[in-house]
Design a binder for this molecule. Structure first.
Ligand code: FES
Ligand code: FES
Length: 150
């Protein structure tokens, strides 16, 4: 599969979760793992540009597809991706554990709705849980990200 633009070898363990493959085989530990049963959203990555929960997918299911993790949004030392910049500006994070999943969900949301309504924002982030921020600042960050992306 292609991960952040780089080809990666097939796993021989057909039961390996995509989240474990990314973290342990690719060393991309920005993909966080919380609940491991599809509830918290912190393992969210993009599969061909659409958000998916990597704890609910097998790595072999991603073969032939392009996966984007949080490490793939901006190179080290480069400018932040607009969604990352917006979370920074609007204080859309505190501990940061949920943040990679939120950021990738928002990238997917803005791919689909470049100027999202309040309802679309709520729906777009409804699969991600945050224990710290209370969501108001995350909603503001999504609006700001839409502005920065224009
Ligand atoms: S770790 Fe995948 S949804 Fe929680
Ligand atoms: S910033 Fe701490 S869980 Fe979201």
């Amino acid at each position: 599969m292609i991960v952040n633009g780089v080809g990666h070898p097939t796993t021989r363990d057909h039961r390996r979760l995509l989240s474990d493959y990314l973290r342990h085989d690719c060393g991309l530990t920005g993909t966080h793992v919380g609940c491991e049963h599809g509830v918290c959203g912190c393992c969210t990555v993009l599969l061909d540009g659409a958000p998916v929960r990597s704890c609910l997918m097998l790595a072999v299911q991603a073969e032939g597809h392009e996966v984007t993790t949080i490490e793939g949004l901006a190179a080290d030392g480069a400018a932040l991706h607009p969604v990352q910049q917006a979370f920074h500006e609007m204080h859309g994070l505190q501990c940061g554990f949920c943040t990679p999943g939120f950021v990738l969900s928002v990238v997917g949301l803005l791919n689909q709705h470049p100027d999202p309504t309040a309802e679309q924002i709520d729906e777009g982030i409804s699969g991600n849980l945050c224990r710290c921020t209370g969501y108001a600042s995350i909603r503001r960050a999504v609006k700001r990200a839409a502005e920065l992306s224009r």
